[in-house]
Design a protein around this ligand. Structure first.
Ligand code: URA
Length: 229
């Protein structure tokens, strides 16, 4: 839901309560003042932690029926760099944390080779719940879950977003272009710079060939990030 839609709904609610309860509920001056505040301001009142608490019981799509845990994301809420993957896998579902399986270990290793740790960044996914058998996210699931990512990014306001893998890149850029054609270019995602790279699981599929490509991408990403902060 967009900020405008939320504010329209909220305004209608305030008007309706006022009609019943008059000035006892909210006086005219307060209502008029509230209306002058841009919708985005209302959304930014909440902390990332509060947002997580509020949405972690999500039942918008059927994935809530098969999940063990809602995987909101983890890391530094004040970071300048957010990594976005596809969806939780089995280990992530069990632990309630993103990228804690094989892919995550590889990501940690590559970050460590540049003297970095995931704790400095924030890591999350397009989908917050595991699709059964790790199948690809369905379009309806993406449509329902994507606004959570938008709001996470709105609250963190990173200097740079990095999508990991084709699903995240294609969802965020609304395209079907392959990662190898999208990488090493800066895109604009909702007013924030976005870089695209491979998913660590792609690296694992052919380590000797793919790892140097991923490491090189990550070096360029981290260098670019350092130039922004
Ligand atoms: N793959 C993803 O895209 N995300 C995770 O959290 C784990 C594996």
């Amino acid at each position: 839901m967009s900020g405008d839609e939320i504010w329209k709904g909220l305004s209608a609610y305030l008007e309706a309560r006022r009609e019943i309860e008059g000035g006892l509920f909210i006086d005219d001056d307060t209502l008029e003042t509230l209306k002058t505040v841009p919708a985005e301001r209302y959304l930014s009142f909440e902390s990332l932690e509060e947002f997580e608490r509020r949405i972690s019981g999500c039942r918008k799509c059927s994935l809530h029926k098969t999940r063990t845990n809602f995987v909101f994301g983890a890391g530094d809420p004040h970071t300048g760099l957010v990594f976005v993957g596809e969806a939780p896998g089995q280990e992530e579902d069990l632990q309630g944390k993103p990228f804690v399986g094989r892919s995550g270990k590889l990501l940690d290793e590559v970050l460590a080779s540049f003297g970095c740790s995931r704790k400095e960044f924030f890591i999350c996914n397009i989908l917050k719940c595991r699709p059964p058998e790790n199948r690809k996210p369905l379009p309806d699931e993406i449509t329902l879950c994507e606004p959570y990512l938008w709001q996470q990014l709105e609250l963190i306001k990173p200097k740079l977003i990095v999508s990991l893998g084709g699903v995240a890149a294609n969802v965020m850029l609304k395209t079907n272009i392959a990662v190898y054609k999208l990488r090493q270019q800066v895109y604009n995602f909702r007013g924030m710079p976005l870089l695209v790279t491979y998913h660590p699981s792609w690296v694992i599929r052919n380590l000797p060939k793919n790892r140097p490509v991923f490491v090189d991408d990550m070096k360029k990403i981290l260098d670019y990030y350092l130039s922004l902060i």
